[in-house]
Design a binder for this molecule. Structure first.
Ligand SMILES: Cc1ncc(COP(=O)(O)O)c(C=O)c1O
Length: 347
């Protein structure tokens, strides 16, 4: 049975280079660390979310009451599961598994819509059952790195249906061309965002959701009091400024170049699945369980694929890193694939 709570952090161990977790490898930038340190001085007061809510709303051109601040994107999935009573929830896979885990934990019926490698893992809106009144899809999708067209996502919206688009990785794509974060005209839309990946803030637990004021209020009713800490609120304000957004955009353009270097350096036996657009790529390799172990033995942690519904032990998710790290990784992967045991010698 699939372990829906398995994530890349479980693949890490001391001494391994981390290509398993898709958070930026270096610490948050110095200016952001300074903001976080300074925020501790205000930690004796209860947090005031108003400035952060205003900043996020302004960044997305939305009214304040369409913004829900959360302790990471992961919190929104639990809030949705607690606040809604779906007759049928459809989760598009392969994808981040916490939304399904949250729906399961709340006892809601879930159907999996499993996309196909043969289609490049692209979304087929017709595959989502009409009767689903809650639909969850990631864009760009973890682990396939595929960026679905905004029009295909909008096609999934219906009156009476909540459409959740997990955009935790949206800011890894230059210009965010397929983001729905600023769209106020799509019925039932909830866009989930995170500061985790781009800003290296996995441990801070900070994100937000965007949707109609009515939906935001329904979700907020299930939050504990003061769900987002003072440092996390300070990060939201600091990362919503035009300068910070420009820095994120420049980082996304770097990622594009670094990903191209990774793709160019892969050995032929490592097949790239889908058209990767985010900060990671999905590979299929022969004898993936052996390959992953051999990579670990030579100092590299990559994310196993087989805990994602729809993937197999031959799938590996690899984070995009700086070209010098990538060059060392592709050399190690080439060695591992070249040294594959001859099947005739295997007893
Ligand atoms: C697609 C996706 N959405 C959401 C999350 C959770 O993000 P956060 O750290 O903001 O809870 C992750 C984390 O791996 C993810 O991969």
């Amino acid at each position: 049975m699939t372990d829906l709570h398995h994530h890349g952090d479980a693949e890490l161990a001391p001494g391994l280079v981390d290509l398993a977790v898709n958070v930026r490898a270096d610490a948050p930038p110095a200016w952001l660390r300074a903001v976080l340190h300074a925020s501790i001085d205000a930690a004796s007061s209860y947090p005031d979310p108003a400035p952060a809510r205003t900043a996020v709303a302004a960044a997305h051109g939305r009214p304040v009451d369409e913004v829900l601040l959360t302790a990471g994107a992961a919190e929104t999935f639990v809030l949705l599961a607690r606040a809604l009573r779906p007759r049928l929830a459809a989760v598009v896979h392969p994808s981040f598994t916490e939304p399904e885990a949250a729906l399961d934990a709340a006892g809601h019926p879930v159907t999996r819509v499993v996309l196909r490698a043969a289609d490049g893992w692209r979304l087929d809106p017709a595959a989502v059952p009409e009767e689903a009144d809650l639909v969850v899809v990631g864009n760009p999708t973890n682990p396939t790195s595929v960026l679905h067209p905004a029009a295909d996502l909008v096609d999934l919206a219906r009156p009476g249906r909540v459409l959740v688009v997990d955009e935790a990785f949206a800011d890894t794509v230059p210009g965010e061309p397929e983001s729905l974060a600023d769209r106020r005209d799509v019925p039932g839309l909830v866009v989930v965002r995170s500061l985790t990946k781009t800003w290296g803030l996995a441990g801070l637990r900070v994100g937000y959701a965007l949707g109609s004021a009515a939906l935001v209020a329904r979700l907020a009713a299930h939050q504990p009091r003061w769900p987002v800490s003072t440092p996390a609120l300070a990060a939201l304000v600091a990362c919503s400024t035009p300068a910070a957004r420009a820095e994120a955009e420049a980082g996304a353009r770097d990622l594009d170049r670094w990903r191209a270097a990774l793709l160019a350096g892969l050995p032929p036996a490592a097949v790239v699945e889908g058209d990767p657009r985010s900060s990671f790529v999905l590979l299929r390799v022969p004898d993936g369980v052996r390959v992953r172990q051999a990579l670990r033995d030579s100092g590299w942690a990559v994310r196993r694929g087989d805990t994602f519904p729809g993937l197999t032990g031959d799938h590996l998710r690899v984070a995009v890193r700086r070209p010098e790290v990538t060059a060392a990784f592709t050399a190690a992967l080439t060695d591992v694939l070249v040294s594959a045991p001859n099947p005739e010698e295997v007893p």
